[in-house]
Structures are given as structure tokens and as C-alpha cells.
Write a protein that binds this ligand. Structure first.
Ligand SMILES: [Zn+2]
Ligand SMILES: [Zn+2]
Length: 347
């Protein structure tokens, strides 16, 4: 089968970017009663995937397979998987992390900190084998193409949980990429009185307005602090930093109102810590600062909410699997929303 591999990682000394290639590799097989072989339909590129190319955030040795946002159709399932309701022909998506289910973290709804977790991020391929415990059926009415965006949607849902959004809160979303656009919609659904989104790209600002933002900010041509003051007086109750820019992460702390909450969810460039005035921000202004990387605990709720948001306008382009290197080049160039590989298009 064909699969996307990172065959060279970023070389910090020379500045040579990493490289992805589509390789011919062995098709994975069902070996265990809990195994499920999924014929991948669509696999999306995540913002985090860009870090294989442009920096050394992930310390993996090439070559390694990539991809963790997918949808597909079950081709074969072991006996236990079938007993758990997963049968050939079922349309599924899944959580690429496999938690043990038994450690203290797993048993206290903190599966993201499982002490024995393993991950299978190799969904940018024709096939993947996962355990039944990692899989979820696509919700009714969800197409396979939309289904590839459920994993990032679980992150957006986790962000809203963490933000402790309450009726009437004002929300600022920094960065209007695919997760930012999901957050615009979820903030509205959660009763925010004001949802503002900041984005450099005009089409992203326009889409945010179409998806329910009350106001948008162009950070290149407007003073974001002046605009925020105009919109939300002393600051926003909740600021969600979804741009991945360290400058925005820093600004978030000054754009939030006293007593407000800042949530970070991006992969920032490694080894570039930012300075926080703890006395001013935490002691005097009582800001809550938190973040999240994974959000496995809320998959069932996220699946129930998925039909309440529109993810179709978030899909910028669908490429044949073979064109993954071009998709990665476009990901690095930025400005697009979700880039998706059609893993059944292997001609
Ligand atoms: Zn992702
Ligand atoms: Zn565990």
C-alpha cells in the first residue's frame, strides 16, 4: 500500500527543511481479536504535521509514518472488535492514541496523561490497523470527508470545556485556522455574547464572520489592543490562542480581562520560552492560563456536537494521496485551512 513518510527531518545546523515522500510499504494486518483494519478514506494534515518539516519539535528518527486525523471504512475486524460493534463496512474515525484504561490517569478521566499510552499516527496511508477501543462510528449524516475533521474537533471541544465559557462571556479567538473556525462556532453555541476573531488572511476573517463571529480584527493593519478595547472594554473574558504565534500567545495575556481565562492549544516553536509577569498577570489580574494538546475524554460528546458545526467550508483542498508532498508544501506556505488527502485516490 501507499503511505506518507517523513524521510528527512529538519536539519537545524544547515536549515534544510524536512521532507515527506509517499512510499510503498506492507499493508498492515489484523493480528489480534481487538484489531480493526480500516481502509482510510480521507486523512487531513494537522498544523502539528508542519513541525516535521520546519523545525525539530518532534524528536523522531526518520523514516516514520504520519497522520492522525482520518475517516475510513472497516475492511476487517477481529472477533472482540466485532463483539464491540465494529463490523466490515462500518464508517469510522478514531483516536490515534491508545491509552491503557487502567492507570490512575485513565481512571480519573485524564486519559491524555495515561502513563502507558502508545500512539499510531500513520493514517496518511491507504490502511491502518487500530484497536477497537480507539475507534468511533461516524455520527449519522456525517460524510467521510467531514469525518476526517472529527479529531481536531475534539480538541476544539476540549478548549471550550477548559475555557469555562459562561452565558454572556466575550471571547477572542486569535488565529482563524480550522480549529479557530470551529471555536468561533462553538463559542456562539455556548452562549458567548461577543465572539471576535483575529486573522491575518482576509478570507479567514470573512469565513469567521460567516460562521458566526460578531467582529474580526486584522492584526497587520489594526492595533489589536485598541480594537479589543473598543469591542470588550477591559478585555475579553476568554482568549483562545489558536494561531501558533508566540507573539499572539504573549498578547493573549494582555488582551484578557482581569479574572479571565487564556487557553493555548498550538504547537509553538521549540526552545523559545516567553516571559510572563506572574505578579501582574496571575496575582494582581488573577488570570487563569491553561492549555491542551490532546482531548480524548470528550470524544462521545464531540461526536454528538459535530453536526452542530459546519466544517465543510474549513476544507481548503483535497489531494490524491500521491500528492502528499505538494499538500505539505502548501501547509508550510500557510494561509489555507484544512488540507485533506484522498487516500482512496491512488491512481
Ligand atoms: Zn492534529
Ligand atoms: Zn492509562
Amino acid at each position: 500500500m501507499k503511505a506518507v513518510y517523513v524521510t528527512r527531518t529538519f536539519d537545524g545546523a544547515s536549515g534544510t527543511p524536512g521532507k515527506v515522500e509517499v512510499l510503498e510499504v506492507a499493508k498492515p494486518a489484523v493480528r489480534d481479536d481487538d484489531d480493526v483494519l480500516v481502509h482510510i478514506a480521507y486523512s487531513a494534515l494537522c498544523g502539528s504535521d508542519a513541525h516535521y518539516i520546519k523545525d525539530n519539535l518532534f524528536p523522531f528518527e526518520p523514516p516514520f509514518a504520519v497522520g492522525h486525523e482520518f475517516s475510513g471504512v472497516i475492511e476487517e475486524a477481529g472477533a472482540h472488535a466485532v463483539a464491540r460493534g465494529f463490523a466490515p463496512g462500518d464508517e469510522v474515525t478514531g483516536n490515534f492514541v491508545l491509552e491503557c484504561g487502567f492507570c490512575d490517569m485513565c481512571r480519573t478521566e485524564k486519559r491524555q496523561f495515561c502513563e502507558h499510552a502508545t500512539a499510531n499516527g500513520s493514517a496518511q496511508a491507504e490502511y491502518i490497523v487500530l484497536k477497537a477501543a480507539q475507534l468511533y462510528h461516524l455520527p449519522p449524516g456525517t460524510s467521510l470527508l467531514e469525518g476526517a475533521l472529527i479529531e481536531p474537533f475534539t480538541i476544539a471541544c476540549g478548549v471550550i470545556d477548559k475555557a469555562r465559557l459562561r452565558l454572556g462571556h466575550s471571547v477572542l479567538i486569535l488565529g482563524a485556522g480550522s480549529i479557530g473556525q470551529m471555536l468561533v462556532q462553538l463559542a456562539r453555541l455556548n452562549g458567548a455574547s461577543l465572539v471576535a476573531a483575529s486573522a491575518r488572511t482576509p478570507s479567514k476573517r470573512e469565513l469567521a464572520l460567516n460562521l458566526g463571529a460578531n467582529a474580526v480584527i486584522d492584526p497587520l493593519n489594526e492595533d489589536i489592543f485598541a480594537r479589543s478595547h473598543e469591542l470588550a472594554g477591559p478585555g475579553f473574558d476568554v482568549v483562545l490562542e489558536a494561531s501558533g504565534s508566540l507573539e499572539c500567545a504573549q498578547q493573549a495575556l494582555d488582551l484578557v480581562a482581569p479574572g479571565g481565562t487564556v487557553i493555548l492549544m498550538s504547537y509553538y516553536p521549540p526552545d523559545q520560552p516567553i516571559a510572563i509577569d506572574l505578579f501582574k498577570q496571575v496575582v494582581v489580574r488573577e488570570i487563569t492560563l491553561s492549555g491542551l494538546q490532546l482531548s480524548q475524554n470528550n470524544w462521545p460528546r464531540a461526536l454528538r456536537m459535530f453536526s452542530r458545526v459546519d466544517v465543510r467550508p474549513l476544507i481548503s483542498k483535497v489531494y490524491p494521496l500521491q500528492e502528499a508532498p505538494q499538500a505539505y508544501a502548501d501547509l508550510i506556505a500557510g494561509r489555507s485551512l484544512k488540507l485533506v488527502l484522498d487516500c482512496r485516490d491512488v491512481s
